[in-house]
Design a protein around this ligand. Structure first.
Ligand code: SAM
Length: 348
């Protein structure tokens, strides 16, 4: 019964306090603290409080917590009140207009994921999502029943997807040489952010973004400044409707949302639309083969959507059932891993 080691104590405290750190980040982001300090660096706590219409005491606690988390710096001037500025980390990821802004995803975490995780005990007991407890309504199809039947919630979800796609898009789009493909279809391509990364990286490629009508009707909100006529949008349901023809199908962060039966339905539709030699590019967090990590994927699974997290081998086997042979797997230094599969010439 030796005394606990300092590192062990630190690790366990970090885990116990993790939720407080997340919520402090979410709150500062929702109260637009980082945008404020970008336009007016060096404000003191009282000035920030006035601008964000919050209490002086609460704001001071929030700013000090953000300093301790490496999100703000405090330029202490002798005999003057501490003046706050954003750190490089905040400037890179937390401003609403930063190229790699994660604000959309952070707001989604605060407003949707946090309430779901506050019912984690029931989620584990029941093995189902907790949309009814968290939001007062049952959700059979998370997208159509929860995210898309309210305009504000839909935009928030789309902003979240948009921000992650902008951060991950280049790494996914450049993971493989795709010069053999001229046309692609990004199934569940949401705002088109990923599609634009593909056309930027591959000058000869045109991409059709296919998503539910409720999503496609909002596409103008997310159009980049320079329009690219190699990106087009088609509305439909990928479980029910005919898929646009393409030489390469992209499935980025789609399959983890669905159970094997639904994955088979979708893959059979893609296989049907493909000719031999067509490609399927899959991007997900690939679990380690022993399922011991990465915790990002395993923690996401706790939201108990209908779907599940899988390893690269599990994905390869699902795809093989539909005649797709895994050609290459890449673990990027970004948030998502990527796999390229080719439709077998012997199976059409
Ligand atoms: N691929 C995007 C990305 O990586 O940023 C978005 C991923 S998001 C987790 C899942 C996407 O699948 C959403 O845009 C959603 O609208 C779309 N989706 C869900 N069910 C769908 C269906 N039945 N038909 C077409 N799209 C669907």
């Amino acid at each position: 019964n030796s005394e606990p080691k300092k590192e062990d104590l630190q690790r366990i405290i970090e885990l116990m306090d993790g939720f407080k750190a997340s919520k402090a980040l979410f709150t500062a982001s929702k109260m637009c603290v980082f945008d404020l300090l970008q336009s007016r660096p060096g404000l003191d706590a009282g000035q920030v409080a006035q601008e964000i219409k919050a209490s002086a005491k609460g704001t001071e606690c929030l700013l000090e917590a953000c300093v301790s988390l490496g999100l703000l710096k405090c330029k202490e001037r002798t005999y003057q009140k501490p003046a706050y500025v954003n750190t490089d980390l905040a400037t890179r990821f937390l401003l609403s207009d930063a190229p790699f802004s994660l604000q959309g995803y952070i707001w989604h975490c605060n407003d949707t994921v946090w309430p779901l995780f506050s019912h984690l005990e029931s989620a584990v007991q029941e093995g189902t999502n907790q949309h009814e407890k968290a939001f007062g309504k049952k959700s059979k199809d998370m997208f159509q029943d929860t995210f898309y039947n309210n305009q504000a919630v839909k935009l928030r979800f789309m902003n979240a997807m948009h921000s992650i796609a902008k951060v991950t898009g280049k790494a996914v789009a450049t993971a493989f040489d795709l010069c053999g493909f001229k046309t692609a279809c990004d199934l569940g391509g949401c705002t088109g952010a990923m599609a634009y990364e593909f056309t930027k990286a591959h000058p000869a490629l045109s991409v059709t973004v296919f998503d539910l009508p409720a999503v496609i009707e909002m596409r103008e909100h997310f159009h980049p400044l320079q329009k690219d006529n190699r990106v087009s949008f088609v509305a439909g349901d990928f479980f029910k409707d005919e898929l646009p023809k393409a030489e390469l199908y992209i499935l980025a962060r789609i399959l983890h949302d669905w159970p094997d039966e639904k994955v088979h339905l979708l893959l059979s539709k893609i296989a049907h639309a493909c000719t031999p030699g067509c490609g399927l590019l899959l991007s997900e967090i690939f679990l380690d083969e022993d399922r011991n990590g990465p915790s990002r994927g395993l923690l996401q699974a706790l939201s108990m959507s209908e779907g599940k997290q899988r390893s690269a081998t599990e994905y390869s086997l699902l795809l093989k059932n539909h005649g797709f042979i895994t050609a290459n797997i890449r673990h990027t230094d970004n948030l998502l891993d990527v796999m390229l599969c080719i439709k077998d010439v012997h199976c059409s």
